[in-house]
Design a binder for this molecule. Structure first.
Ligand code: SF4
Length: 466
């Protein structure tokens, strides 16, 4: 019988193509394409731009057979062009596609909650309500049987697997109430199952769209793996962080604390922007977490007022340096006012916005609408960047209100349930509108959805009637 080589301390090394991760390897930086994968030239272009910006891995969504064929072509063209960087196949729901992709991709990303007929969710939590006649042991065995062919394919082709848990895909009130423990327990169960199938090339992630929850989940996962000696490499990042300054600050506050503790073997900053933007900011976060930017900052605290001065010109470096200073400041609970001073004129316009965003992401102030938006991938047919700009322009000034903007239903259930309002892009510029978990309208325009939300906000709080 195979036995895992359990280790203490560092994470184990896992081979991903020619760029392993874990152990003493540098933190690997990755992004994901946002094109329709079947559009080979456009997807290839996004890969090359991100790799040129410093990506170690590129992930590509494979929702159907045609996309898998395109993935093969993209890989071949990249290699022909001298780009031998590992490619990751992102696959939801379809085990048959994942088995085929294992022969081509260097790593697969699957989501425990939507793979293998959703048995995983029930196994991990012991919640057999959805299948009341089955015991937990029976569900676990069912899952082992379902995963066996995929694991065999991955072992045969030396393909790693990321167990890509995501709070947005959790369903059921029990799970939603405690996404952190649900995600961690699911991943621990899945690691056990893969080990029982003699598979040890796993990577884990426990992402949520809340920076604080993400940090807690990463610490708990790390702690549990330390206890059992399983120490698989961790992929870190805040999911559906949004875009622009709020997206970067949310990502920074959800990763900087764990990076500074030495947790995290690969990072993805999930922005509703071009992949190369994610790579540039991820690089600055890693530099910031290692203290490389700190000599550009000066921090003082007096009368509950924290002031951080920073002389950096590059905007991403500036934001990463501030996130580092904020994270390492130990008396955060006593801060009533955060004042940021950009000593370089290039960033003066960011001072107030950054201070507000840091306080909001830290849960210490409510200065505007909280947006959660997915970064987009091949599954969405909408221009997510422009959709998010429209919603943020029209609905950005409602403190205490949260709006989720998603490109498809993969992570929709959880995000819709947690937000006051949600929109899911359908096709031809139309969206489905949700209030909490209830769908209120289907295939309406973004403008109609915005008007509906504005009306509801006026009804629920006269203060919003501005
Ligand atoms: S929610 Fe967005 S990023 Fe996630 S699978 Fe759907 S379209 Fe892709």
């Amino acid at each position: 019988m195979c036995r895992p080589h359990h280790i203490n301390g560092k994470s184990r090394a896992v081979a991903v193509g020619n760029t392993p991760l874990g152990a003493d390897y540098p933190i690997r930086i990755q992004s994901m394409t946002k094109t329709d994968t079947r559009q080979v030239p456009a997807t290839l272009e996004q890969c090359i731009k991100a790799i040129d910006a410093g990506a170690d891995y590129m992930r590509i969504s494979i929702p159907d057979d045609a996309s898998l064929k395109a993935f093969e072509q993209i890989k071949a063209r990249l290699i022909n062009g001298g780009y031998t960087h590992p490619l990751v196949a992102d696959i939801h729901y379809r085990q048959d596609l994942a088995i085929e992709a294992a022969a081509v991709a260097d790593k697969l990303r699957i989501n425990p909650a939507n793979f293998a007929n959703q048995a995983g969710t029930h196994v991990a939590t012991g919640n057999t309500k959805a299948s009341p006649t089955k015991t937990r042991a029976a569900l676990r065995q069912e899952l082992v049987t379902q995963l066996e062919p995929l694991v065999a394919a991955c072992r045969k082709h030396h393909t790693a697997i990321r167990l890509g848990g995501n709070a947005g895909s959790l369903t059921g009130q029990v799970h939603r109430k405690d996404p952190v423990h649900t995600l961690v327990n699911e991943n621990l169960d899945y690691l056990d199952i893969l080990e029982s199938l003699c598979f040890f090339q796993s990577i884990v992630s426990v992402k949520t769209s809340s920076p604080a929850e993400t940090v807690t989940a990463c610490r708990l996962m790390h702690h549990n793996m330390q206890k059992t000696g399983q120490r698989y490499p961790m992929h870190i990042g805040v999911t559906e962080a949004g875009m622009g300054v709020p997206g970067r600050i949310s990502s920074a506050l959800g990763t900087m604390p764990v990076l500074m503790e030495g947790i995290g073997d690969t990072i993805r900053v999930s922005l509703t922007e071009a992949p190369e933007n994610e790579i540039r900011f991820a690089r600055q976060l890693i530099a910031g977490a290692s203290g490389k930017l700190t000599h550009h900052c000066n921090t003082s605290f007096h009368d509950q007022r924290l002031q951080i001065d920073c002389d950096l010109e590059d905007r991403d470096s500036f934001m990463a340096a501030l996130a580092y200073e904020w994270t390492r400041f130990e008396e955060k609970a006593a801060v009533r006012q955060l004042c940021i001073r950009a000593l370089h004129p290039a960033n003066r316009d960011l001072e107030a916005e950054l201070a507000n965003n840091i306080m909001q992401a830290a849960g210490m102030r409510n200065t505007g609408t909280r947006f959660v938006s997915c970064p987009a991938c091949a599954r969405t047919k909408a221009d997510m960047e422009s959709l998010c700009h429209t919603f943020s322009r029209e609905l950005g000034h409602y403190p205490g209100v949260s709006i989720a903007i998603m490109g498809c239903m993969v992570n929709g259930p959880g995000e819709m349930a947690d937000a006051d309002y949600g929109v899911i892009a359908t096709h031809k510029g139309k969206v489905n509108l949700f209030e909490g978990r209830h769908c209120r309208a289907k295939h309406i325009t973004a403008k109609e959805a915005i008007t509906h939300i504005q009306q509801r906000l006026r009804q629920s709080a006269p203060d919003h009637n501005k």
